[in-house]
Design a protein around this ligand. Structure first.
Ligand SMILES: [Zn+2]
Length: 249
């Protein structure tokens, strides 16, 4: 289990002057290493963590601005002050989906990367893009809780972690897309709805003989599984000319 450095062309070298937080993502697709290092995708992240290892990837230097959260819409985190998040935040892409649990390997790597920085706030991508075409669901509510527990379980109280996750859910419920995300998370395979149904099957149906199986199809349909695009964001003019990424004209 080791970090492999594979620099992506999709970055602004040296442009991350102040690190304020780290954005948590799931890739919402597979074959992510090729995508995040392909100049045509215009997306990247500081790290990419595949589900089963044995290694993980660092795609930029720690002071590079990577292109993972440049498109902001109706953000719900107070850490966003109008600055392009790429210029003040690292990004971690966990290969997988917001509605499927991360692997133990991915949580171990999250702890390895971030555990020594207990003061660094972790922000779900979903909190930066809560509406419209740039709406993002990642890394998912249950994955957010799992990452927070893995990284901050020893430095933060459980109540604080729970409040962080609940706050994110409350914020998401303010937009139709966010409500859809919460609905989907609840109805994900082995999610809350399935667990509740199992409990009902075991405890209620036996008594009444009336409860039938709950439908597994969400009326809201599945979440989009297309890869993220357009996360490069705009370079702020008051910072001078935009630095060129290696390999880009
Ligand atoms: Zn994301």
């Amino acid at each position: 289990m080791a970090e492999i450095v594979k620099l992506s062309p999709n970055r602004w070298p040296g442009a991350l002057s102040t690190l304020r937080y780290c954005v948590l993502h799931t890739t919402q697709g597979t074959s992510s290493l090729g995508w995040l290092t392909n100049p045509n995708s215009m997306v990247s992240a500081t790290w990419l963590v595949p589900p089963n290892g044995p290694d993980w990837y660092r795609l930029g230097e720690l002071d590079d601005a990577m292109w993972h959260a440049g498109s902001v819409s109706d953000p719900v985190t107070p850490l966003y002050d109008g600055t392009n998040p790429n210029l003040v935040a690292w990004g971690i892409e966990f290969e997988g989906f917001a509605t499927e649990p991360l692997t133990q390997f991915q949580l171990d790597v999250a702890r390895t990367i971030l555990g020594s920085r207990p003061e660094l706030p972790l922000v779900p991508h979903a909190a930066l893009a809560t509406s419209g075409p740039f709406f993002r669901s990642d890394p998912g509510i249950t994955n957010l809780a799992a990452i927070l527990l893995a990284v901050k379980g020893e430095t933060m109280s459980y109540a604080e972690i729970e409040e962080n996750v609940k706050g994110t859910i409350r914020a998401m419920l303010t937009s139709p897309e966010g409500a859809m995300l919460v609905e989907t998370a609840i109805r994900a395979p082995n999610g809350y709805a399935d667990k509740l149904q199992s409990w009902i099957d075991a405890n209620v149906a036996k008594k009444t003989g009336a409860a039938g199986p709950m439908g597994s199809d969400s009326p809201f349909g599945p979440l989009p599984s297309t890869p993220p695009t357009g996360q490069r964001g705009a370079w702020p003019g008051d910072r001078g000319p935009e630095p060129k990424a290696p390999g880009r004209p």
